[in-house]
Write a protein that binds this ligand. Structure first.
Ligand code: GMT
Length: 379
């Protein structure tokens, strides 16, 4: 199949999932065309079946805000025509599904079906800004196919938007061959020279991730035992996190790595992963850690209980109850054997439901179904 994929290229989990999906599909012989304003950051693959098409953003003085959604729609239509795309797959509803809808209309009478994958804040944001509701609902209803990354998000979409159309749950996935435990003594020694246990967190450091709660939890752990904290990622709350680390006199025990690629190398060295978010529709970073045999202490929100099994491969706690989160962390770290066993179970559980080898064929089947349905209406 020839598939156009659109996502936010530089920031956030939806772009990561879209990019990994494109690379997995290309590896299976499909032709992938990423259409966005910048190359997706996780696009590390040089597969000849992957192309990137840049959407140029107009800078006409009349436009205080360049109409990106329109430029994107035109580019989608042009790429579809030039490359003979079978399908557009957009990640994150706003504005991508609206652009795809326009592209489909412009491409007519040639069929150009599009699938919208909902990731989280494209749905939950509407709770904060009602002005997005009508356009999000409309674009979901007009999509030829809609998927959500968790059962939680599907339910939330139905309730929030009163959507009657079917929504497929196709969960996020991880490449289980790449994301596996590969100990690296040299890397570990860089962060924890005296063999201290390593706690890790990976995110875009947005307020919803509660990065300061990560540090509060670590501070409580550190009062009871030697330990190191490794923070991967960057974003608006990094300054607050650095300030809190200094205030708590933890600078020698906390490593800020900034944005990193091939994060499986880092995750593989961790003894515990922390994800104390206020909200996660899925929690991809937790899944990536689990695939690397790292137990997880996370909040019991959104789709996280679909990923982490409380008491089995990690622990779940109520957002902002950092003392409880820290207690769970200590429980795992103070019994190294139990931590290792939980980590191994985490990989087993991640593999059961979320390996790319199992999830990608579900996407392929869904693509065929959507393309077939549109072809039937054009016959
Ligand atoms: O809201 C964000 O943090 C960004 C957002 C995105 O679309 O980039 O992340 C969402 O999608 C990820 C990939 O599907 C999920 O793993 C995250 O749980 C989800 N974030 C939230 O729901 C807050």
């Amino acid at each position: 199949m020839k598939i156009g994929i659109t996502c936010y290229p530089t920031y956030g989990g939806s772009g990561v999932v879209a990019t990994e999906l494109g690379m997995e599909l290309a590896a299976r012989g499909h032709e992938i065309h990423f259409i966005s304003y910048a190359p997706p950051i996780r696009l590390t693959d040089t597969n000849e079946r992957i192309q990137f098409h840049e959407v140029e953003i107009s800078s006409y003085p009349l436009f205080d805000h360049a109409p990106y959604a329109l430029s994107l729609a035109v580019k989608m239509m042009q790429v579809a025509e030039a490359e003979g795309l079978d399908l557009l797959h957009v990640h994150y509803a706003i504005p991508h599904s609206v652009s795809a809808l326009l592209a489909r209309m412009m491409a007519a009478p040639k069929p150009l079906p599009f699938i919208t994958t909902l990731h989280g804040t494209d749905i939950t944001l509407v709770g904060n800004d009602r002005s997005f509701l009508p356009i999000t609902k409309f674009s979901i209803e007009q999509s030829d196919g809609v998927t959500a990354i968790s059962h939680y998000l599907k339910q939330r979409t139905i309730e929030e938007f009163d959507v009657k159309r079917p929504i497929e749950v196709i969960p996020n996935f991880v490449n289980c061959d790449l994301y596996r435990r590969t100990p690296d003594a040299a890397l570990r020694a860089e962060w924890a020279p005296d063999g201290e246990p390593i706690l890790m967190h990976l995110s875009n450091f947005r307020p919803v991730k509660r990065i300061t709660d990560v540090i509060e939890m670590f501070a409580t752990v550190r009062e009871k035992m030697r330990a190191k904290l490794v923070l991967i990622g960057d974003g608006p709350d990094r300054g607050a996190a650095e300030y809190l680390v200094r205030k708590k006199k933890l600078a020698r025990d906390v490593h800020f790595l900034g944005k990193q690629d091939r994060v499986y190398r880092h995750l593989s060295q961790a003894d515990l992963f922390l994800l104390p978010s206020d909200m996660e529709s899925f929690g991809l970073a937790a899944l990536e850690a689990m695939a690397c045999e790292v137990p997880v202490v996370a909040t019991n929100v959104g789709g996280l209980p679909e990923v982490v099994e409380h008491g089995i491969d990690g622990y779940l706690f109520t957002p902002r109850e950092v003392e409880i989160g820290a207690r769970y962390a200590l429980e795992i770290l103070s019994q190294a054997d139990r931590g290792r066993a939980m980590g191994q179970t985490a990989r087993v559980n991640a593999k059961k439901k979320y390996c790319a080898n199992d999830v990608i064929p579900i996407y392929e089947a869904y693509y065929r179904q959507v393309i077939g349905a549109m072809a039937a209406t054009h016959a």
